[in-house]
Structure formats: C-alpha cells, structure tokens
Design a binder for this molecule. Structure first.
Ligand code: NAP
Length: 260
C-alpha cells in the first residue's frame, strides 16, 4: 500500500490530472470535491492504471464537512503524507457593480479553502516530522489585473500564506510548495473571442507532471511557464502609471478569458 496523497479539488482539470500523476508516482490518492460523479470517474481512471483511489464529497466552504471528508479518507488510505489544495473558482469581478457575495465566494473558496485544507492535516504532519504541502495559486496573483480583483486577491493571499507557512515550518520536516501556473486548458479557462486560447496556454497533464515533480522535490515554488512568470515579475515592479494602461487595454472584456 502506498502513502496517502490527498487532492482537494480533484474532480476535473488540474486536480484530476494531479491525481493520475501522483498515482503514477506510487501514491494512493484521496480525492475531494463537490461533484461525486466526476470524482468517481477520476477514481476509476486511477484504478484502470493500477492505482488506488478513494473519494469523498465536500465543499471547501464548509470547514466541518471538509474535515470529516479528510478524516474518512484517512481511515481508508492512512495519514495524509502529501496534500495539494487545488480547489478554486474563476469568476470575474465587475468593479462598477461590485457584488459582495461574489467577492466573498471567491475569497472563501480560493483562500480560506486552502487554509482549511492545510489546517486539517498540518498538525499530524508536524507531529510525525514529515509531509509535503502544496497549493495551486496563480500567476494572476503576482500583479493586480483589471476585471479579476477578487480572483487575483485570493491567489495573492494564498501565495502569501504559503510563503509565511514555509518560513515557520523550516526544519520541521514538512515542505510547503507554491504551485503557481499561468494559463491551463481546463473548464475554467474560456477561449478568447477568436476561439483561440491565450498565449502560453498549457495542457493539464503537463502542468500536473511539473507540479508533482516540484512538490515531491520539496521546492519552495514553481512559477511557470517561464515567459509569463518573468513578464508578471517585471509588471509587478513597474508603477501603475506605466503598466496600468497596458493591463487595462489587455484586460478581458466579457465574456473574458480568465488569466491564469
Ligand atoms: N485553468 C487555468 O488557467 C488556471 C490558471 C492558474 C491557476 N488555476 C487554478 O487551478 C485550480 C484548478 O482549476 P482548473 O483550471 O483545473 O479548473 P476546474 O476544472 O474548474 O477545477 C476546479 C476544481 O476545484 C473544485 N472546487 C471548486 N469549488 C469548490 C468547493 N467549493 N469545494 C470543493 N471543491 C471545489 C472543483 O470541484 P467541484 O466543482 O466538483 O466541487 C474542481 O475539482 C484552481 O485553484 C484555479 O484557480 C487555474
């Protein structure tokens, strides 16, 4: 029996690909999300390749439900050795008609959801003195981008949380990796008006492979692909007077493509 790798947000896209990749690495995978039919399909794909998978439904906005689902999976697969907090929603923010329910939903799912998932397994990991923690953030969190204020804030918050956690956990045997991709072709990413995907869009399988490698190596972060990573770092250093007009021109118009 392999060690337990838990993916929160495992029913589609990057999360489903992470499950397949971690199973290939010899882990027994625990899968959590809200759509059980999709979780069952992912579990079946893992088993068809000779892997071990179990799943439970939970909404990351419900702390008790999430904790119960993780405990139930640990009963079947043993203590969590690897966790990837991947659950997220990509909604655009209409600043002129700010919908507070939307902002709270995005912050709670993409930021608080990451904190709750990690918090459910961290005490046992530090007690054992080993474990790998990863969360899927986004290049969109590196520089505020028009049209996605809530999404960008949630991802910037998650990256900041991971960075501080990593510093606090140094020497504990528990590693913390910020998995920070650009555009990935999944249900979340809508094509542009032309039908094309944004430049440097990656495939979910390749994305997951690179993420799992970085996580198991205990790297601090993986920001990729490199052209977008460097463009975002550069943009983050420029004052708004310089970069703002360009970002506003490039900002997606509804129906927009969500920048990674
Ligand atoms: N696609 C991109 O371009 C891109 C770029 C950068 C970062 N990301 C991030 O990558 C992660 C995965 O997204 P994806 O692109 O693979 O899109 P996706 O296919 O829509 O996957 C989102 C996953 O999150 C789960 N989820 C959402 N809300 C949840 C909730 N309240 N409780 C539990 N699970 C929830 C979904 O499951 P259920 O709906 O079944 O609950 C699904 O498994 C997200 O955090 C996203 O922000 C995506």
């Amino acid at each position: 029996m392999g060690q337990h790798a838990l993916i929160v947000g495992a029913s589609s896209g990057i999360g489903a690909a992470l499950a397949l990749e971690l199973a290939l690495e010899g882990y027994d995978v625990g899968l959590i999300a809200r759509r059980t039919d999709r979780l069952a399909e992912v579990a079946e794909r893992v088993r068809a390749r000779g892997g071990v998978a179990a799943y439970r439904a939970a909404d990351v906005n419900d702390a008790a439900q999430l904790k119960a689902a993780i405990a139930a999976l640990e009963e079947v697969l043993g203590p969590v050795e690897v966790i990837i907090a991947n659950a997220g929603i990509g909604e655009n923010t209409d600043a002129a008609n700010l919908d507070l329910a939307h902002v709270r939903r995005v912050l709670r799912t993409n930021l608080e959801g990451v904190v709750l998932a990690i918090g459910a397994v961290l005490p046992a990991m530090t007690q054992r003195g080993h474990g790998h923690i990863g969360a899927v953030t986004s290049i969109a969190g590196m520089r505020p981008i028009p049209m996605i204020a809530a999404y960008g804030a949630s991802k910037a918050g998650a990256s900041a949380f991971l960075e501080a956690l990593r510093a606090d956990l140094r020497g504990s045997g528990v590693t913390v990796t910020d998995l920070c991709p650009g555009y990935v072709k999944t249900d979340m990413l809508k094509p542009q008006e032309s039908g094309a995907y944004p430049p440097f869009t990656m495939d979910a399988g390749d994305t997951a492979r690179r993420m799992v490698r970085a996580l198991l190596a205990g790297r601090d972060s993986l920001v990729f692909p490199w052209p977008l990573a460097w463009m975002s770092r550069f943009a983050a250093m420029l004052p708004d007077a310089l970069i703002g007009p360009l970002l506003r021109r490039l900002a997606p118009k509804p129906p927009p493509a969500l920048p990674g």
